[in-house]
Design a protein around this ligand. Structure first.
Ligand code: PRX
Length: 660
């Protein structure tokens, strides 16, 4: 298993324990550990009780129908996610409570109450209807982090039309592939969004995708950045123009608990991203329950999760979980270091943020920028901090605890995935003692294990594969249009055992705490974002210069991992490189730019190394494991399966002396 010994050793040394402060426990939503025993004694009753926090149009007949690995939760229950996130709050004092506090990157701000959100969402839903959207139609969303992005998602949910949000940092080609896979009928986008003072040209990017997506009939464009964009007559419509002539007020579709709420694409181990399918009832129960218990959410909290809505964290913990709970959600459009590295802390001070949830990569960047930035602002409103997306190194944890949390805020390190939909391994901040670097223990009602390759539990202290043993309400139901891939990817890894295989390595310590050791498959986690080595490799071999390519994740101080690629050039290009007709940096820049064009800026390789040959097994499989050893400067692992052991020694020598 590809879990680094060095990682295990570092984590083993970490034995500091932080107990929940007594004042925190006294006011916590969950004050006692009894909830774990209760949930374990009867998980179905536990989840049925949690389902009561939602409004159902028709109550379910059965909590769970499990035909492994296909689950149905809250069978025959009828509800609407948008109704639960908005309409039901209007019957309470929350009608005029702030639902969204928006801070734009240029400094503009807006507050939408739940009543405002109702008006915006119902009008948006009516516009989508005019554009032909009906229950079951897929709608693609390619938006900046502005309130209309949330409004668009909720409007789709209101109509029972599954949305597929594509992160605004993805390229035209990535957008095209996702639109085609889901056969989206309508695309919602914006002219652009603000990022570090520059415009991200979303409509321009979308136009390139739309040239090859015949399924898209209409495009709705929100005006944000105001530059000139091209609008195709009969296909493209300005949102603000349609809004002028469209009334508010639109009934909610009654959907089945198992109707699709959304599809969200994520990288797997092949070049083709997977459309992870989430349904309505179980997902909303799972996200609202975890949001309430893990973030200890209170009605007077200002809650800020910094994730973009293009990722699962944005879906579950910016939109559905918090709004179902009637929370005040802060939404920020831009970068953490714009116009300076104090921006996040200025926002915390300005809005008196109480609960703050971000990623380890961001925390490491804050550390690098220096303690003086948070030190300039009043962060005393904060009472709880969270992290997600990758293992947090204990050093970053302790920095976060001290410099952001003033040593008074518990930190919830939450392990979960696009596929799990909801937080799975996490502290409950009022009851769980914390160990920096550990996501601690499974959430109540969740059964997790660390197993060997035969599916047997490994001993405490030993590393193994992280597996989930029982179905959970927010679990993915399938991969869109590909049930077989769903079965093979997650449930068939360990023959004869019905275990959900997460793709992560983990270790359990003697207190039964979980330590996540990173991916054990060909998925790279770059700044908390998932990419597959195959995706990057397919982008590279698509370039006319490239004969063969291997991508690996290499440790990076801020991003956790960065992409390094080893490339074999075709003869004509190799000649140019050798003869000096073209500079090496030119080749490198061109190939980096090509990957960005094919996938998006998050996939830009940090390093491109040219080599005449790649290390392969006798059957021709590239041995990325050995390339990782070379890139990390480690001694080479087992080389006995190599077809030609001379290749690797030569490659190592050249890599270290940086010639090729
Ligand atoms: O490797 C784990 C890592 O992120 C992966 C899931 O990525 P994604 O589907 O993009 O979702 C990220 C946000 C939920 C996992 O397989 N990961 C996520 N959270 C943690 C983590 N690794 C360690 N600790 C975490 N808290």
């Amino acid at each position: 298993m590809a879990v680094k010994k060095a990682t295990i050793d570092t984590l083993l040394e970490e034995d500091r324990i932080f107990h929940p402060p007594e004042e925190f426990t006294q006011q916590a939503n969950i004050k006692s550990r009894e909830i774990y025993a209760e949930a374990r004694a009867n998980p179905k009753i536990f989840w049925a009780m949690q389902a009561e926090r939602l409004d159902w149009f028709r109550k379910w007949d059965k909590v769970l129908e499990w035909n492994p690995p296909f689950a149905k939760w809250f069978v025959n229950g009828k509800l609407n996610a948008c109704y639960n996130c908005i309409d039901r709050h209007l019957k309470t004092w929350r009608k005029n409570k702030a639902a969204i506090i928006f801070e734009g990157e240029p400094g503009d701000s807006r507050v939408l109450t739940y009543w405002d959100l109702y008006r915006e969402v119902t009008r948006f839903a009516n516009i989508l209807k005019k554009l032909g959207v009906q229950k079951g139609d897929r709608v693609a969303i390619y938006m900046p982090m502005i309130p209309e992005a949330v409004v668009a998602m909720l409007a789709c949910a209101r109509l029972g039309a599954p949305h597929s949000v594509v992160f605004g940092g993805f390229s035209s080609e990535s957008l095209r592939d996702r639109i085609l896979d889901a056969q989206a009928k309508v695309l919602i986008t914006a002219d652009g969004g603000w990022r570090r003072g520059k415009i991200v040209p979303l409509k321009h990017n979308a136009d390139a995708a739309l040239a090859e997506t015949p399924c898209v009939e209409k495009v709705l464009v929100v005006k944000r950045t105001g530059q000139e964009v091209s609008m195709l007559d009969g296909r493209d419509y300005w949102y603000h123009e349609m809004a002028e002539e469209t009334p508010t007020g639109c009934p909610c579709e009654e959907v089945d608990a198992e109707d699709i709420l959304f599809i969200l694409y994520t990288s797997g181990t092949t070049g083709k991203p997977k459309g992870v399918v989430h349904t309505t009832g179980g997902y909303l129960v799972g996200t609202s329950t975890t949001h309430y218990m893990v973030f200890d959410i209170k009605d007077d909290d200002v809650y800020w999760c910094t994730a973009d809505i293009g990722w699962i964290t944005g879906h579950s913990y910016v939109v559905y979980g918090p709004l179902a709970n009637g929370t005040t959600v802060l939404l920020y459009e831009g970068a953490p270091d714009w116009p300076n590295p104090g921006r996040f802390w200025a926002i915390v001070e300005k809005y008196h943020v109480n609960v703050f949830y971000t990623a380890p990569t961001a925390i490491r960047a804050f550390m690098k920028w220096g303690d003086e930035w948070p030190g300039r602002y009043d962060l005393s409103s904060l009472r709880l901090l969270g992290t997600v997306g990758e293992p947090i190194n204990p050093e970053a944890w302790v920095w976060y605890h001290k410099n952001i949390g003033g040593e008074r805020c518990p930190i919830v390190d939450t392990w979960w995935q696009t596929e799990t939909g909801m937080i799975m391994i996490t502290p409950l901040p009022g009851v769980t003692p914390l160990k920096p670097g550990s996501a601690t223990v499974p959430f109540p009602g969740i059964e997790v294990d660390v197993v060997d390759k035969d599916g047997n539990s490994v001993m405490l202290g030993k590393g193994g594969f992280l597996a989930i043993k029982e179905p959970w309400p927010a679990m993915l139901r399938t991969i869109y249009g590909d049930d077989q891939r769903y079965v093979d990817t997650y449930w068939n890894k360990i023959p004869g055992k019905m275990l959900y295989f997460a793709g992560d390595g983990a270790r359990r310590d003697y207190h039964n705490y979980y330590w996540i050791l990173g991916r054990v498959d060909d998925v790279i986690n770059v700044a908390g974002h998932r990419l597959s080595t195959m995706e990057v490799e397919s982008a590279l071999v698509d370039h006319p210069w490239v004969a063969e390519a291997a991508a690996i994740g290499k440790s990076h101080a801020i991003k956790g991992q960065a992409i390094s690629v080893f490339v074999t050039l075709k003869a004509h290009a190799f000649e140019q490189l050798k003869s000096g007709a073209r500079q090496r940096s030119e080749f490198q820049d061109e190939l980096k730019a090509h990957v960005v064009k094919k996938i998006g800026a998050i996939a830009r390789p940090d390093d491109v190394f040219f080599t005449a040959e790649l290390p392969k097994t006798r059957s021709g499989k590239i041995m990325r494991r050995l390339l990782r050893d070379i890139a990390e400067g480690r001694a080479l692992g087992d080389t006995t399966t190599l077809a030609d052991p001379a290749v690797i020694a030569e490659l190592k020598r050249k890599y270290e002396s940086r010639e090729s």
